[in-house]
Design a protein around this ligand. Structure first.
Ligand SMILES: [Zn+2]
Ligand SMILES: [Zn+2]
Length: 296
């Protein structure tokens, strides 16, 4: 029998059923007013280990499906033990003094908590449900990759600077190489995540540095292939790098076309947009002059 169906908990819950309603009201008031302040990882860890079970009634799920919760005011009310344990796991290695802060809470449905620029959604109506969110506050979308590419593909990745995109490309390439190169260093996939980095790079006029970073980190620096690999393997790795290079060029061309189509095929000045206006010209402008005039 699951813990949450134990008769003791049920009895306690029945006894506290009345306070459950009050809790919801209080929670709503908390949300209407100011957010609770930041707290440390150590405080959350201590509360998770020592706080008594919350015995109120979960207004979102029936008692037999409700997760075991404990009350933690800095997170705006009761939170499931299992979700907090998962969150603590996702945050390791982190010191006990690391600060967290509640960004928003939607009653007993879910909450968003931020830590060192990372954002996590905790579902409050079931066990074991924590997902990382795009790093831009308020964004509901998932990041392209929680570890290496922590922004959503739809909106926020394409707004990052060239330096950040290069750093993310290197992180992603290294992670893929670590995972896949042991069997065959020529068979490291850059995947859809690589394509999304390229699409963002096109929007930022950063195609070549991002493409180079992806390929060098996933395979090898072009001038080092013959030093690191020998014979047939060097040929295979070189071939994989060339294949990926041309594939990413096609992804870039498709992205440019898509951005220009969204712009209606015209630059703000009225001139028709074309592919290849220059490496430093964003796809939605006809020239560097127009891009500069528009603040790009
Ligand atoms: Zn986002
Ligand atoms: Zn123009």
């Amino acid at each position: 029998m699951p813990r949450h169906q134990s008769t003791a908990a049920q009895r306690a819950r029945q006894a506290q059923r009345k306070t459950g309603g009050k809790y919801t009201v209080e929670l709503r008031q908390t949300q209407a007013g100011s957010r609770p302040g930041p707290f440390t990882l150590g405080q959350l860890l201590t509360a998770c280990g020592t706080a008594p079970d919350w015995t109120g009634e979960n207004p979102v799920v029936t008692p037999e499906w409700a997760p075991e919760m404990f009350d933690f005011a800095p997170l705006g009310g009761p939170v499931p033990y299992s979700a907090v344990l998962l969150l603590l796991g996702l945050l390791t290695p982190t010191s006990r003094s690391t600060e967290l802060e509640l960004e928003s809470r939607n009653g007993f449905h879910s909450l968003i908590v931020a830590c060192s620029g990372r954002r996590f959604e905790l579902v409050l109506s079931q066990d074991d449900y924590v997902t990382e969110r795009c790093r831009v506050p308020g964004c509901e979308l998932s990041p392209v990759s929680a570890h290496s590419i922590p922004y959503c593909a739809l909106r926020h990745l394409a707004a990052r600077s060239q330096d950040e995109l290069v750093e993310m490309a290197t992180g992603w390439g290294n992670a893929q190489r670590e995972e896949f190169s042991a069997q065959n260093p020529a068979a490291v996939p850059l995947g859809e995540e690589g394509d999304q980095l390229i699409a963002a790079a096109v929007a930022q006029c950063a195609l070549f540095p991002v493409q180079a970073a992806l390929i060098a980190s996933a395979y090898e620096r072009p001038d080092m292939v013959d030093v690191v690999y020998f014979g047939e393997q060097a040929v295979q790795v070189q071939h994989a790098m060339d294949t990926e290079y041309f594939r990413l060029m096609r992804v870039a061309a498709a992205t440019r076309t898509r951005i220009q189509k969204l712009a209606g095929g015209r630059c703000a000045c009225g001139a028709a947009l074309q592919i290849g206006a220059g490496p430093k010209v964003p796809p939605q402008f006809c020239s560097a002059v127009c891009a500069t005039a528009a603040g790009r």
